[in-house]
Design a binder for this molecule. Sequence first.
Ligand code: NAI
Ligand code: MG
Length: 494
Amino acid sequence: MTSKKQGKESRKLDFSTGWDYAPAPQSSADITLAKRYKHFINGKFVAPANGKYFSTINPATARPLAKVAAGNARDIDKAVKAARAAYRNVWSKMAPAERGKYLFRVARIIQERSREFAVIESLDGGKPIRESRDVDIPLVAAHFFYNAGWADKLNYAFPTRSVKPVGVAGQIIPWNFPLLMAAWKIAPALACGNTVVLKPAETTPLTAMKLAEVMQDADLPPGVVNIVTGAGDTGAALVQHPDVDKIAFTGSTQVGKQIQRQLAGTGKRYSLELGGKAANIVFADAAIDQAVEGIVNGIFFNQGHVCCAGSRLLVQESVAEEVIRKLKDRMETLIVGDPLDKNTDIGAINSKEQLERINAYLKIGAEEGVQVYQSSCAVPDTGFWCRPTLFTGVAQSNRVVQEEIFGPVLAVQTFRTVNEAIAKSNNTPYGLSGGVWTDKGAKIFKVTRDIRAGVIWANTFNKFDPTSPFGGYKESGIGREGGLHGLEPYVTLN
Ligand code: NAI
Ligand code: MG
């Protein structure tokens, strides 16, 4: 399925370094995808109530990969009923150590099939194979392993408290880390004794359907995990279902707010992981080359399709020229193209709609009078692509500084003092993540204390571990996922 044409396109690049790379495509020859995927309800694949299916495409070629079921309220109802019965009769009654064994089994099967999962993730979503192979899938297995370990230790997680599951969890996930978001949601829910109905994103449902096969292979009792595919209306039906006890959502701030409004007064619990506009703060005393690499990793790899992406750069005035020059040099070497090529840094933009959103912001930037710099790289003719882009000369009030773009687009500002950096960093509606680059520990402590963001990396960026909690302040959401904190949304404590 790898397009030769794309391989050639990325070779056409004229690197300023003079380097060239031969194509190194990951084979997709051994990947088997069904023509159509039904919903996964009560341990079986079940046709959609209205008989309708829709296509999921490969955004690197714009060609369809498979069809998936279009879920409606009746499918959601069936899945919730299966989850409720499994919760009541099986899962909440099972000895916690036994629940843990199922999760360990799921983790091991994912490890065994990791290459297959990585290739499908890249085919369906457009992300570079380097990322799905080295980041997404290993973390998926790690989240199942980590939470499996908690299943029979919840009394140690919450000492002196009586710990009970919440019930049936409705979980709605986005397209930027499809299987990883499924793991973040399913693993802690199951470890704590809940059952789930998962609604994957409409552009990236395939690894979730493969996960359903893993659940079958692991002999997970029917109804403990149910997966209903569809678009926003399917998600809305899950939010509105009266027999769901808790909603976990990751996606846009706009939909997150809508869900919050719909759930107000219903007594249903919810956790929301929404957008971000993180700043990397680079002080003059930082190791500049490392910082440049961290900035590139934070916004350009994975097309900027990361809610905690470092989409703003705040650089101390005395080194701004050097940092911007080095950043532009590095941007010229980034390879945009075939997601399945192991050398690719920036894959395909996830969908036509997302590319249109990014392009709209490029236009807004130009209209706001900011300077736009784009790498000169070639991009393939078919599919959805965006060259790495820098905005300089921006003002704090510009929309491209305030709003989430979710593409490989970085807005650069300068600062003079620590307090100015902190004030500018905090001056957006978001508070998901941040980065600080300095040689001085005292600056790290000051900045991490004063910035209102859930995660702040020091002298690194976008590093994840299942033991570490993740989540936002302000309009970036509510609740934490990962670590001990990530169990809290799935337990009732007395
Ligand atoms: P979205 O928020 O519409 O989609 C996320 C998930 O929510 C999908 O599974 C979708 O089907 C579902 N959904 C949509 N409307 C719903 C509703 N009314 N009720 C329940 N579920 C619903 O995000 P979209 O449209 O794909 O992307 C728009 C923007 O959102 C992006 O440009 C980006 O800025 C942001 N975004 C943020 C993500 C994050 O990780 N925080 C992930 C994806 C997008
Ligand atoms: Mg797709």
